[in-house]
Design a protein around this ligand. Structure first.
Ligand SMILES: NC(=O)c1ccc[n+]([C@@H]2O[C@H](COP(=O)([O-])OP(=O)(O)OC[C@H]3O[C@@H](n4cnc5c(N)ncnc54)[C@H](OP(=O)(O)O)[C@@H]3O)[C@@H](O)[C@H]2O)c1
Length: 341
C-alpha cells in the first residue's frame, strides 16, 4: 500500500504519525477469528457478522459527498458503519470525525473482511473498475449508489452466495447536513434480488426515505429525469437569472421575483396535473408576444435562445394536447420559432 508508508523517510513518518495521532488505522490487520478445524483457510467469508435481527455490518467505499452523507445518516439511524475505505487521508479523517467507531482503510480489500454490506460510493466511471478489484465472500452484498448504472456492472465481484444491488437516493448531495436532512422524505431507488431489495428498503426507511423498486431496464430513463429535475432545473434558473440581468435584476433579485412563480407553478402541477398547470403565451396563441420574446432574446441574451425555443416547442405540444390551440395557431407559433434569427 500506500506509497508513502516506508518508514525512514522523514516526511512519510510525519504523515504516518499525524494519522496515527488522529486514530486512523491504515489497513489494520483483520480482527480475525479461529476456525473450528484449526486449519488455514483462504477465508471465503467475512470475519465479522451482525447478530440476527440487527442491521448488517456496513462498509462504505469512497468518503466523498454521498459516502459521507450516507455514513452520517445511517449511523444516526442506528445502522452503524463498521468500516470506510478512502484513498485520501483528509477525507478518511473527516469521515472518522463524522462517523464514530469506524475502521478506516486505504484500500477496499481489507474492508471486505469487516463487513457484510459494501456500499460503493465512487464516481460512476470508477464503479466498474472498483468492482473488478473486489471478490465478495459468500453472504456479502455489494451495492452502488449510482442512478445511471445498472447492477450488472457489479457482476465481476460476485462469487457463490453473494448479492449485488443498488441504492440511489434522489437527493442533490451538495452539502453534508443539507443532504442528510434531505434524505428524510426523499426517494431511494433500490435494485437487487427480492431479499436484498427488502433489506435495502428497510435501510432507506431507516434514514427517513421512501424506497421505490425500478422495473428492469428503466434506470437510465429514471436517472435522466432526475438530472433534468436537478441539474436541468439549475440550468433553467441560470437562464432566468440571465434574462433578469437584462431587466436590471441581480441573481438574488431574480430568485426573489421568479422563485414564488416557480413554487406556484409546481403547486399548480401537483394540484391540477402538468398539462393543466401550463400558462403563458403558448397556451393563448399569443404570437406577437412570442415574437417580442424571441427578438429580445436574440439581441440581449442569445445564449438563452435555444433553451427558450426548446421549452416553447414543448409548451405548444402541451397546449395542443389540452385542446387550447387550433392547428392554424400552433402552426403560426411554430413558424415564429423557426424564423428566429
Ligand atoms: N452527488 C450527488 O448528488 C449524487 C446523488 C445520488 C447519487 N450519486 C452517486 O453516488 C456516487 C458517488 O458520488 P459522489 O457525488 O459522492 O462523488 P464524489 O463526491 O466525487 O466522491 C466519490 C469518492 O469516490 C472515491 N473515488 C474517486 N475515484 C475513485 C476511483 N477511481 N477508485 C476508487 N475510489 C474513487 C473518492 O474517494 P477517496 O478519494 O476518498 O477514495 C471520492 O471521494 C456516484 O455513483 C454518483 O452518481 C451522487
Amino acid at each position: 500500500m500506500k506509497a508513502w508508508r516506508d518508514r525512514g523517510r522523514e516526511d512519510d513518518d510525519e504523515k504516518l504519525a499525524a494519522l496515527e495521532a488522529a486514530g486512523i488505522e491504515l489497513d489494520p490487520p483483520p480482527r480475525g477469528h479461529d476456525h473450528a478445524d484449526g486449519l488455514p483457510h483462504d477465508h471465503p467469508h467475512p470475519h465479522q457478522h451482525s447478530s440476527a435481527g440487527e442491521p448488517p455490518l456496513i462498509g462504505i467505499v469512497g468518503a466523498g459527498s454521498v459516502g459521507s452523507a450516507l455514513g452520517v445518516a445511517l449511523t444516526r439511524a442506528g445502522w452503524p458503519i463498521a468500516a470506510v475505505a478512502s484513498r485520501d487521508a483528509v477525507r478518511r479523517e473527516r469521515f472518522r470525525e463524522l462517523v464514530g467507531g469506524t475502521r478506516a482503510f486505504v484500500e477496499v480489500t481489507p474492508l471486505l473482511d469487516e463487513v457484510e454490506l459494501i456500499i460503493l460510493a465512487v464516481p460512476d466511471d470508477a464503479v466498474p473498475t472498483v468492482a473488478e478489484g473486489i471478490r465478495l465472500y459468500s453472504g456479502q452484498a455489494l451495492i452502488h449508489t449510482s442512478g445511471a448504472l445498472g447492477v450488472e456492472v457489479l457482476e465481476p465481484a460476485m462469487a457463490a452466495g453473494t448479492q449485488i444491488g443498488s441504492f440511489h437516493p434522489l437527493v442533490a448531495f451538495a452539502d453534508l447536513e443539507r443532504a442528510v436532512a434531505a434524505l428524510h422524505g426523499a426517494t431511494v431507488a433500490v435494485e437487487g434480488d427480492d431479499q436484498l431489495v427488502a433489506m435495502l428498503a428497510d435501510m432507506a426507511r431507516a434514514i427517513g426515505a421512501d424506497p421505490v423498486r425500478l422495473a428492469p431496464g428503466t434506470k437510465a430513463a429514471y436517472h435522466a429525469a432526475a438530472v433534468l429535475a436537478a441539474g436541468g432545473f439549475v440550468a433553467l434558473l441560470d437562464a432566468i437569472a440571465e434574462l433578469g440581468r437584462v431587466a436590471g435584476l441581480d441573481e438574488a433579485g431574480s430568485l426573489a421575483i421568479y422563485g414564488p412563480l416557480i413554487e406556484q407553478t409546481l403547486g399548480n402541477a401537483r394540484a391540477l396535473g402538468i398539462r393543466a398547470a401550463l400558462t403563458g403565451p403558448m397556451t393563448r396563441g399569443d404570437i406577437g408576444t412570442l415574437e417580442r420574446h424571441l427578438a429580445t432574446l436574440a439581441t440581449d441574451a442569445p445564449d438563452v435562445l435555444p433553451l427558450y425555443r426548446a421549452a416553447a416547442e414543448r409548451e405548444i405540444a402541451l397546449a395542443e394536447a389540452r385542446g387550447a390551440l387550433t392547428p392554424d395557431v400552433s402552426g403560426r407559433l411554430r413558424t415564429a420559432l423557426a424564423n428566429t434569427p
